[in-house]
Design a protein around this ligand. Structure first.
Ligand SMILES: [Ca+2]
Ligand SMILES: [Ca+2]
Length: 217
């Protein structure tokens, strides 16, 4: 019936994903349980739709979230509008404590490069700050926001051309280890089926909350 939901993960698939990631086979199994829960919350079709992603990870069901939207786009790296299990595992792998730092830096760069131009521009930073404030039901005067952006670019845009490239971002992240800490979810190192079953939403929400402080707001 067009449903590719499988109740149990085949062992060769589990093995394949374990070799590609920092997760062992048991952990891949635990992530599969979590994936099953998220992907069946609205339509049990073995795929996580944007709505299932938003509600499951961000508990958003009314207003749009710019960050949630960007994270969804990055998870959906095959660009077909839904997240399959492979996309889910490979994307979560970036947040594993043992994942290479370069992958974390790249993920965070792409996250804030909203227009996908290869640079983080001032207007994107402004868009992000406005979105983050709005999601927190806060408003800042425009001159305060402009000051935050100026400060951010003074810190990051070392070449002074008004946009942040991936090298500048890397440099910035190295000197601000807190940013990478946000890109690491210690819990992923010890995911056990039982614990995921207990409360998958809280655990996954922990990592989504970590995106909220990239800039000195
Ligand atoms: Ca679904
Ligand atoms: Ca996809």
């Amino acid at each position: 019936m067009g449903c590719n939901c499988v109740k149990h993960l085949k062992s060769e698939r589990r093995n394949d994903l374990a070799t590609k990631t920092c997760f062992n086979e048991a952990e891949i199994g635990a992530l599969y349980e979590l994936f099953r829960k998220l992907s069946s919350s609205i339509t049990d079709d073995g795929l996580i739709s944007k709505e299932e992603f938003w509600i499951g990870l961000f508990r958003i069901n009314k207003k749009q979230s710019l960050l949630a939207d960007r994270i969804f786009q990055l998870f959906d790296f095959k660009h077909d509008g839904v997240i399959d299990f492979e996309e889910f595992v490979l994307s979560l792998n970036v947040f594993h404590p043992e994942a290479p730092q370069a992958e974390k830096v790249a993920f965070s760069f792409h996250l804030y490069d909203i227009c996908q131009t290869g640079y983080i521009q001032q207007k994107e930073v402004k868009q992000l700050i406005l979105a983050l404030l709005d999601e927190s039901d806060l408003t800042f005067p425009d001159d305060v926001i402009e000051a935050i952006i100026r400060k951010t670019f003074m810190d990051v845009d070392k070449k002074g051309d008004g946009k942040i490239d991936v090298e500048e971002w890397k440099e910035f992240v190295i000197h601000n280890p807190l940013l990478l800490k946000h890109m690491t979810v210690p819990y992923l190192k010890t995911c056990k089926a039982g614990r995921l079953d207990d409360n998958p939403i809280t655990e996954t929400q922990r990592f989504t909350n970590s995106f909220k402080t990239p800039f000195p707001i």
